[in-house]
Design a protein around this ligand. Sequence first.
Ligand SMILES: Cc1cc2nc3c(=O)[nH]c(=O)nc-3n(C[C@H](O)[C@H](O)[C@H](O)COP(=O)(O)O)c2cc1C
Length: 240
Amino acid sequence: MKITIINGSPKGSKSATYKMLVPLFEVIKIKNYELNYIDLSTKKIKSCLGCFACWLKTPGRCVIKDDADKIWETTRYSDYIVFACPLYFDNLTGLMKNFLDRGNPMSLPKLERDENGEGVHLKRLKDDKNAKLIVISNAGFPELSHFEPLRLIYRRMARNMRSEIVGEIYLPQGPLLTSGAYELKIILEKYHLILKEAYCEIFELGKISFATQQKLEQPLIPVEMYYSMVNTRMEELEIN
Ligand SMILES: Cc1cc2nc3c(=O)[nH]c(=O)nc-3n(C[C@H](O)[C@H](O)[C@H](O)COP(=O)(O)O)c2cc1C
């Protein structure tokens, strides 16, 4: 079993996104799966030029010579692709968006219809494994509602990739994961275990159980406490 993980945080291994991935690394190790971890913050990925050379002139190849083609190449034949990306302006980060756009060579230019009659491009690789998708995000605001646009974006991504989402994990109050506050130690250890449970369920049951999803969606600390914690900290730092 091959699992490709794409971390779209500009903070790479110092990110809250990475902290959410640590229990996944543990599960992958225990299960002896093959891990293909891509930290986009360490890669050179320019934005798509929109020239369509990857369809019309050099089919399957981008004219830009950087890391994007190579990374897409490594995602081939994965059983699962994990998109892990913090929320930026209610959306993906630029890093992740650039990477996704550069996946265009992986599809064919002809217009087809999906099962609902809506237009779609088929995949170039005939033996593509149609990797299942796991999506992960964290955000600075404390309410789950902030992820609504991203939920929709990930659904459309799955449709475009002719795939399905088997796990969605969204964490508001994300900066708590990297705050280093000693008072949060027990809360964060508990969250780590819930994440581990969720990842195990995805691989063993093909989905996150209702009970585990409910645990994942509990705020780490009460929302009002988070507001006052952040605002008090800003006042201490004399930041307006
Ligand atoms: C440019 C920028 C835009 C952001 N936009 C949002 C946002 O729209 N909603 C939100 O809740 N948090 C937003 N945040 C906060 C990040 O989601 C938050 O700091 C998160 O914990 C960063 O995750 P990371 O450590 O994995 O990179 C934004 C942060 C930055 C730098």
